[in-house]
Write a protein that binds this ligand. Sequence first.
Ligand code: PEP
Ligand code: MG
Length: 902
Amino acid sequence: MTTTQHRTSFVFDFAEGSREQSDLLGGKGANLAEMTRLGLPVPPGFTITTTACRSYLTTGEVPPGLADEVAAHLGRLEQELGRELGDADDPLLVSVRSGAKFSMPGMMETILDIGLNDRSVHGLAKHSGDEHFAWDSYRRLLQMYARTVLDVPDELLHAAMAPQYGVHGVATPEELPTAAIQSVCAALKAVIAHHSGREFPQDPREQLELAINAVFRSWSTPRAQLYRRQENIPDDLGTAVNVMAMVFGNRGPDSGTGVAFTRDPASGEPGVYGDYLQNAQGEDVVAGVRNTIPLIQLQGIDADSYEKLMAAMNKLELHYRDLCDIEFTIERGRLWILQTRVGKRTAAAAFRIAVQLVDEGLITMDEALARVSGTQLSQLMFPRFDSSHDTAVLARGVAASPGAAVGVAAFDSATAQRFAAEGQPVILVRRETTPDDLPGMVAAEGIVTTRGGKTSHAAVVARGMGKTCVCGVATLTVDPEARRAVTPDGEEIAEGDLLSVDGLAGTVYRGRVAVVPSPVVAFFEKGAESNDADELVTAVDRILRHADQVRTLGVHANADTPADARRSRRFGAEGIGLCRTEHMFLGERRQFVEELILAEGPAEQQAALDRLLPLQRADFTEIFTAMDGLPVTVRLIDPPLHEFLPDLTDLSVRVAVDHVQGRIDPENDRLLAAVRRMHEANPMLGLRGVRLGIVIPGLFALQTRAIAEAAAAVAAAGGDVRPEIMVPLVASEQEMRLVRSEIEEVIATVAAETGQQVATRIGTMIEVPRAALCAGSIARSADFFSFGTNDLTQLTWAFSRDDVEATIFPRYLENRVFAVSPFETIDPNGVGRLVRIALAEGRAANPDLVVGVCGEHGGDPRSIEFFAAAGLDYVSCSPFRVPVARLEAGRATVTASSSDTR
Ligand code: PEP
Ligand code: MG
């Protein structure tokens, strides 16, 4: 009896898939399938799915059936090409490459030339008529295989090859004569046998099987894990494996390999960008070991291939409707496309390209908005070097990733990490970078390499991380052992010397170069009057205006000074969502608060309040005037009162010394008694927020009077003033009721005194878990809620933010208790759940309730997405984050509607 079993397939030919299948086939595999469907010249091959990898990672073994499927697909490939893998006469060779759903540059190793062994190397030599090429290919296989599959350290492999370099006076292995390469192969095999305790596998199918498993395993290397943590890529996706028939770029001057971009990934400029390396294979370009030539020069070397490449790039860009990057190889005048993907780009390029594509009719403004991010916009708001500086250029290279970085030189990853841990900004200076340098690159502000171009490892990774990078600074000679670099005229840069790196101009300077604000910020500051906007600024402005049109989430600012209020308005804020009043009691005004606390009897207390009133009123008048026509939410005083009093220990010592020396100061004694009385073990859980208003009579009334009188004055002067009074730290309906009636009474009194009726809404922060859980009853006494997600996160997790961020969080992040600090991005399941509960119950009890958020999360891109989806009315954030929030609020609308229709 036969049973038909329906099993998942683990292997797909390139001709079987499409670009939509990146979950299953990984990004590379899905794009290879798409290019094959488009009829582009892709070498044939197949992809092993991420499902197979996940199964391997869970069980430690390849899933049942995978080996048979690989054999069947390999058989088809052999048939199609008329050659057998590793055949002794005319071998088929294949490459094995990893390819996860999200590209992870440099993370996963590639193995080329699988199928070569002691016999087939002769077959390849005979069939290609090029013995040098055949042996050099074998050398590459041994080297890559040893490193990637058998974990032989690079130093041992280099040590095995180095003696031949000396004998023949060459710098790279492919320059060696054939006989020397044969000796290198023998030496590599000996190192492999010695280090791994087994011979290099001569069976081509075993080579393939072990290589596939090694790719699966490489998902879990510390480097890959670090990258995923950096980029927030989930740990459980797994990688696909692509097996592709080899084509060779190292078959002489009519062959080569390169990387091409359909637009400049650094600036967004349209045109031909890329690097080409003649007579080279595989990773030579990306590794940046030899200096490449600009792609445009390929036209003069091989016009036919160049034209075909341009046509393929054009086809891909029109098909993907985006900047594509492409890896290609030319073998004896024939073009092959080995890989494409929607290319990584800098923040500036992202904005410019999005708008260019709209103008070219390829995408809509909604799509343009979805293709840029708040994080990118915030990168563009960083300062850059002052273009008028006259510091002499120390060295020049390729402008690989823009930015202005100043830091001390470090010549290896470990030193870079150490300097950064000591709090010093670092510039990592290397000949070239490899994935091993990733921790140092993460730690550095900027990266300088002496080799490689815009597509070297350093450049690609730096752009991905938004770090400043200058590559190919050929005039610098770096000596990592001696921890120094030297210019051609002998000037030395030692470890710890201060450097400035301009990633936009590709220049390196000694010392500190002055920085100026970004042109994007300058544009926001000037607002509509600005007419000197360049293409980047115009692109940002157009996309932001579109975001404003589509977004349903309002954007307010957290501002407590008139200057911040004016700036937030220029940056596009639609109101002030949080005006903290604490600082209005500091500086020289602290004295008055001290008097208020120490007051004996109502008369003294009133005198202290009377001194504070005009000062507070002046503060509010200026802010209300700056925000004419827009709401201003003033939060009543929040921090514990002891913060306004002298430190207990200092004062105790002072009084004790005075007593010993016979000096008695009754004022100091009285002050000390008060400080003792008010001392709290946990001040953040003590006498603060609404509790102050209830315990210290007159304090909230004073603030309310100042607000109401200021509003009346602005209204009398013809202003459109919209004050809102917000009570902090409320946990119960009764607290809210008590305070609300006191506030309403003062407002009514001021209205009677001034003859000005100013509509003033009264609401509360929701920053205590109990308030979120009892939101329905609190909403009956509140016109609005504003989530204070800073305190709500602290109190929900029972974390004291100022303490835990340094002590506990590094371990928590490492162990994935959370992927990102809950103080940075809202914790959707815990704190986020409280937000949803409070929103639903608050709105049910009071349908007119306006709900916003004013914690730090209000300016965080991922949190904004959460708040938009939850249905809040607005977010409020610091003035500099207002444009980022506007953009993200717009993105939340367009990405939500595109997922509705999917
Ligand atoms: C909050 O708790 O989120 C908040 C905005 O208040 P503060 O940060 O002033 O405590
Ligand atoms: Mg708070």
